[in-house]
Design a protein around this ligand. Structure first.
Ligand code: ACO
Length: 334
């Protein structure tokens, strides 16, 4: 019998500190009206001074393990999707593994905002090949650490957070088709120029503010509204399904205008396109599992629902996964 992978636990974590549009108005030449109308974002969360990406990831994973009823040492593999690791190395996954007392192999995947779907693919592959029985897949980012808070074109967009799922080997398929893609010719559209081997952190690099994220927003917007429908249809085709079979679209939460446009292009009713970008902004690799956890916790997901998870980001990268939801609705006390 073929082995499949299903989601048996989900959890998420947001830092406590809320950064409002009103506060951003005091930092750069922007307005609440501009941010709301161009992005849909009202507020976002940012890490405390003593928090890092591994703290967010560990909190989300702890919640997912509790929901699954699995002890940390019951996991065979830990994968963390992140592009804002605590350090260049060791991997954030190793820091989380140690924090939770896990004993399994652990590694990071950097596919920027597509990181969660890339990590999901790696986790599903490990289970389907029989190399792991249970895999923890985390998406976690603290992009506000690499955002230039003097650059109004980027600092209004991003927030911090983490989300995690536990995958387990099952007879019935939970995660169906996944379609991933990359186009490195778009690498310059969204990047952090300094801090890697190409451009180490020097006084010159700091003076030029090259240690911060830079983005060509309009080009990324154009890419996003084209690639999300394509990737969704590819993942559905790989599952032997079409868009009319979908109960929910959970796209990467970058901009409400992108979310709305792709919903329309796919012909999915707006009340079936999940969005919480207003409250959290763009949390990069965390955004899809955070949104999925919100959808689940709100009681809107029913067992058997078919969901498309779709991400896009720096690289350029993209990825879509089709999931048959198998977890029971949350109980009141959960
Ligand atoms: N407040 C006020 N004005 C602003 C701000 C701001 N915060 N930011 C930009 N502007 C100005 C610009 O300077 C420009 O002024 P000008 O016409 O005088 O030059 C004007 O607003 C319009 O700028 P555009 O860039 O054309 O605005 P647009 O409507 O395209 O919105 C945005 C910009 C929100 C960035 C949009 O392009 C977008 O969301 N792009 C996609 C970004 C994205 O999804 N990135 C995440 C990728 S995932 C990852 O891997 C991290």
């Amino acid at each position: 019998m073929t082995t499949h992978a299903s989601i048996i636990g989900i959890g998420s974590y947001l830092p406590e500190r809320i950064l409002t549009n009103a506060e951003l108005e005091t930092l750069v030449d922007t307005s609440d009206e501009w941010i709301r109308s161009r992005t849909g974002i009202v507020e976002r969360r940012i890490v405390a001074d003593d928090q890092a990406t591994s703290d967010l990831a560990a909190a989300a994973l702890t919640a997912a393990l509790m929901k699954a009823g699995i002890a940390p040492n019951g996991i065979d593999l830990l994968i963390v999707g992140t592009s804002s690791p605590d350090m260049l190395f060791p991997s954030t996954a190793c820091l989380v593994q140690n924090r939770l007392g896990m004993v399994c192999p652990a590694f990071d995947i950097n596919a920027a905002c597509s990181g969660f779907v890339y990590a999901l693919q790696a986790g599903v592959s490990a289970i389907e090949s029989g190399r792991a029985g249970r895999v923890a897949v985390v998406g976690a980012d603290a992009l506000t650490r690499i955002i230039d808070f003097t650059d109004r074109s980027t600092c209004v967009l991003f927030g911090d957070g983490a989300g995690a799922v536990i995958l387990e080997a099952t007879d019935e398929p939970g995660v169906l088709g996944i379609a991933l893609g990359a186009d490195g010719s778009g690498a310059d559209l969204l990047k952090v120029p300094a801090g890697g081997s190409a451009r180490p952190i020097t006084r010159d690099a700091l003076d030029a503010r090259e240690n911060f994220l830079t983005m060509n927003g309009s080009e990324v917007f154009r890419f996003a509204v084209k690639i999300i429908p394509r990737a969704t249809n590819e993942a559905l085709a790989a599952s032997g399904l079409t868009v009319t079979d979908l109960d929910w679209l959970v796209p990467h939460q970058a901009n409400q205008r992108i979310i709305q446009t792709v919903g329309q292009r796919l012909g999915i009713p707006s009340d079936r396109v999940f969005s919480r970008v207003d409250r959290v902004g763009n949390t990069s690799a965390a955004s899809i599992p955070l949104a999925l956890d919100d959808l689940y916790t709100s009681g809107q997901l029913a067992p058997g629902d078919l969901i498309a998870l779709v991400g896009f980001g720096a690289g350029l990268t993209w990825g879509a996964g089709v999931v048959r939801w198998t977890m029971a609705r949350p109980t009141k006390e959960a």
